[in-house]
Design a protein around this ligand. Structure first.
Ligand code: NAI
Length: 350
């Protein structure tokens, strides 16, 4: 297979493929860019249909980490690991130890964390084999609290840009997905006086959160089209496309879900409709900020939250530049991130 020819390759610095005979481990680690610092990114375990599918995913995800870290001004680069297998049936202590040894063989060029299919407890097992495995620390190893706080900062900045004030009192906000991030986000938004419209595939969860924050429950297939000030997608990616965008009735979008735009052209389509889109990776970086603090040692929750507050300024900058230039906000975010990670001279790294 020609890895260099894959559309997802996009100038990756390195792609490592590992096989461990004893544990039947098949995995890949992609390192997209380390100009701003050693690569950081989670380890995903998934029953990929083929090695090619796993490679395409790891390349796409590690590239995304570079952009996310660079836009936030973090001293790290983008990387990612994927393990081919079913986390429910194939994940053993020995397999996770083998993952740790694979990570260790890169001598710190890549530090791993958890992702879909792995948990902070799994990362702790990897960490028995390497110094370069680390989980966020804020709440039992979950990135979600810092992510939710950061998304809240992004929503405040979006409100400031669109409505001239980041006071959320009386503003209507629709939250799609009430899981680890969306559930916590509702608390911040309700405390700030927003009126919430909420939805989750798990109806009982939606009912419980609605009762707690006096929110209105909306049907799963209607939440994206709610006539609200701000829509906060906190469930799945790929939700804004040629079918959904014409039906949107929100003024702005700011939420946690990764890869909300189906294609880059959909960012332009949102702008053409006058809907202000706070780029997902600009505002959902709180978990990575938490991880960077955990890696550094001397972990301090107020310091993590202080760094997450910088998401407000970054988001505002992206939105304002897009207004000035007439570009889509997603294009502006990409440009700023690329400027950050492409123009650092190698000698000033770290
Ligand atoms: P989660 O799995 O805890 O929660 C997702 C929730 O969305 C679940 O309650 C699920 O029932 C609901 N859901 C799924 N599809 C839905 C639909 N079509 N309509 C309504 N609800 C739906 O996930 P988590 O951790 O809260 O993450 C949410 C999003 O944020 C994901 O896209 C994730 O990739 C992204 N993200 C999460 C970070 C974190 O720190 N957990 C960091 C950065 C991004």
């Amino acid at each position: 297979m020609n890895v260099l020819g894959l559309p997802e390759f996009d100038g990756h610095e390195a792609v490592h493929v590992f096989h461990d005979e004893a544990t039947r481990l098949d995995m890949a680690i992609a390192i997209h860019n380390t100009r701003l610092g050693p690569a950081v990114g989670g380890c995903r375990m998934w029953p990929y249909a083929s090695g090619a599918a796993a490679l395409a995913d790891v390349l796409r995800l590690s590239r995304g980490m570079t952009y996310k870290a660079a836009l936030a001004g973090l001293p790290c680069g983008g990387g990612k690991a994927v393990v081919i297998g079913n986390p429910a049936t194939d994940k053993t202590t020995r397999l996770l130890e083998a993952v740790g040894r694979a990570v260790d063989s890169l001598n710190g060029r890549y530090t791993t964390s958890d992702d879909v299919g792995t948990t902070p407890a799994d990362v702790a097992i990897m960490a028995t084999q390497t110094r370069y495995a680390c989980a966020p620390l804020m709440a039992d190893g979950s990135a979600a609290p810092a992510t939710a706080f950061g998304v809240f900062q992004g929503i405040l900045a979006t409100a400031a840009h669109v409505f001239g004030s980041d006071l959320l009192t009386g503003r209507t906000i629709a939250v799609q997905g009430l899981g680890a991030v969306g559930g916590r986000l509702c608390e911040y938004l309700a405390d700030a006086g927003a009126r919430l419209w909420i939805s989750d595939l798990d109806g009982a969860r939606a009912t419980a959160i609605a009762a707690r924050w006096k929110a209105t429950v909306v049907a799963v297939d209607e939440i994206l089209y709610a006539p609200v000030d701000i829509l906060a997608p906190c469930a799945m990616g790929g939700i804004f496309d040629a079918t959904s965008i014409p039906r949107l009735r929100c003024r702005a979008i700011a939420g946690a879900a990764n890869n909300q735009l189906a294609t880059a052209a959909d960012g332009v389509a949102l702008a053409a409709r006058g809907i202000v889109y706070a780029p997902d990776y600009a505002i959902n970086v709180g978990g990575l900020i938490d991880l960077v603090h955990a890696q550094r040692g001397g972990y301090d929750v107020p310091e993590v939250l202080e760094d997450c507050r910088r998401i407000h300024a970054t988001t505002l900058r992206v939105l304002e530049l897009a207004t000035q230039s007439g570009e889509a906000t997603s294009d502006v975010a990409n440009r700023l991130a690329e400027q950050a990670f492409r123009t650092v001279p190698p000698e000033s790294r770290r």
